[in-house]
Design a binder for this molecule. Structure first.
Ligand code: F6P
Length: 321
């Protein structure tokens, strides 16, 4: 089947660089003689028939903007067969022949359902700050999120050091310790708590007390939200050591802001490859970057990856403490 028109949607948690991805897909498609429709609010927009035509100008001045001009959502309705059928009907109604989905693991699973069950030609692009997808060294948004968190943690370090306090800083990552590990290493934190590994409070508190005896009074501990909540960690440390402990939850600031160069460039390169795959009729794939080369793998394989650097990072954080 010759593809004439493609649709693009962003889904799940937004990430800085998603707009650069949309721009790349739209402009590469138009240059290849394909029309493009944008779907608003991810899969929910497909169900609700929220579709807008996109042209060259629709994506002007967005390469440097955080968020996503197409908006995004986590659609519960799309998990149901009824919702999926309505989504497919919207694609048919607008004569959308292929769909590009920019999102994380949940969005990829949704795309796989469309591909496998309803034979919709789909391509996945990795858009999540969590950097937890297989087949790609980085996901769109992860670089900016780490930098954003680092900026805040550097500020916390100033006050932690000046007031000689223990700080627990919670970063995003329900199932992924990627941001926590990166920022712990990049900010020079003393410890990190991640969902991928068990955490030993006795050891942490022993280190703090011992360090304290030797004159080390300020500590920064980074925790991923899915591993332990900062207020709980802070009160546990306080109880176990008797030392004053503060906590900060960085929250959704990590998802916003101007995308850094790495995220824009990644998004732009991957968008171009997504369109190339569509032109070749190669569907059910996810695009990624692997050792700086573009990598294409089957969608189901791309849904989950454990960070391969976990042990190296944990070791280094310990060594540099
Ligand atoms: O998009 C990924 C992510 O930011 C995770 O790191 C986090 O656990 C989750 O989304 C938060 O989702 P929500 O914004 O729906 O609360």
């Amino acid at each position: 089947m010759a593809i004439k028109k493609i649709g693009i949607l962003t889904s799940g948690g937004d990430g800085p660089g998603m707009n650069a991805a949309i721009r790349s897909v739209v402009r590469c498609s138009l240059s290849n003689g394909l029309e493009v429709d944008g779907i608003i609010r991810g899969y929910q927009g497909l169900i609700d028939d929220e579709v807008v035509p996109l042209n060259h100008r629709s994506v002007s001045n967005i390469i440097n903007r955080g968020g996503t001009i197409l908006k995004t959502a986590r659609s519960k309705e799309f998990m149901t067969e009824e919702g999926q059928k309505r989504a497919v009907a919207t694609l048919k109604k607008h004569a959308i022949d292929a769909l590009v989905v920019v999102g994380g693991d949940g969005s990829y699973r949704g795309a796989q359902v469309l591909f496998e069950k309803y034979h919709v030609p789909v391509i996945g692009m990795p858009g999540t700050i969590d950097n937890d997808l297989f087949g790609t060294d980085q996901t769109i948004g992860c670089h900016t999120a780490v930098n954003t968190a680092l900026e805040s943690i550097d500020k916390i370090r100033d006050t932690a050091h000046s007031m000689e306090r223990i700080f627990v800083i919670e970063v995003m990552g329900r199932n992924s310790g990627y941001i926590a590990l990166e920022v712990a290493l990049g900010a020079g934190a003393e410890d990190v708590i991640i969902p991928e590994r068990k955490f030993n409070y006795d050891q942490l508190c022993q280190n703090i007390v011992q360090g304290n005896k030797m004159g080390k009074i300020s500590w920064m501990i980074v925790t991923a939200e899915g591993a332990a909540k900062a207020p709980d960690v802070a009160s546990t440390i306080s109880k176990m050591t008797g030392l004053e402990t503060r906590f900060v939850v960085l929250g959704h600031v990590q998802r916003g802001g101007t995308p850094v160069g790495d995220d824009r460039i990644l998004a732009t390169r991957l968008g171009a490859r997504a369109v190339k795959l569509i032109k070749q009729g190669d569907f059910g794939k996810a695009v990624g970057i692997w050792e700086d080369e573009i990598n294409v793998i089957d969608l189901p394989k791309a849904c989950k990856r454990e960070n391969k650097n976990v042990d190296e990072y944990l070791e280094l954080i310990k060594l540099l403490r």
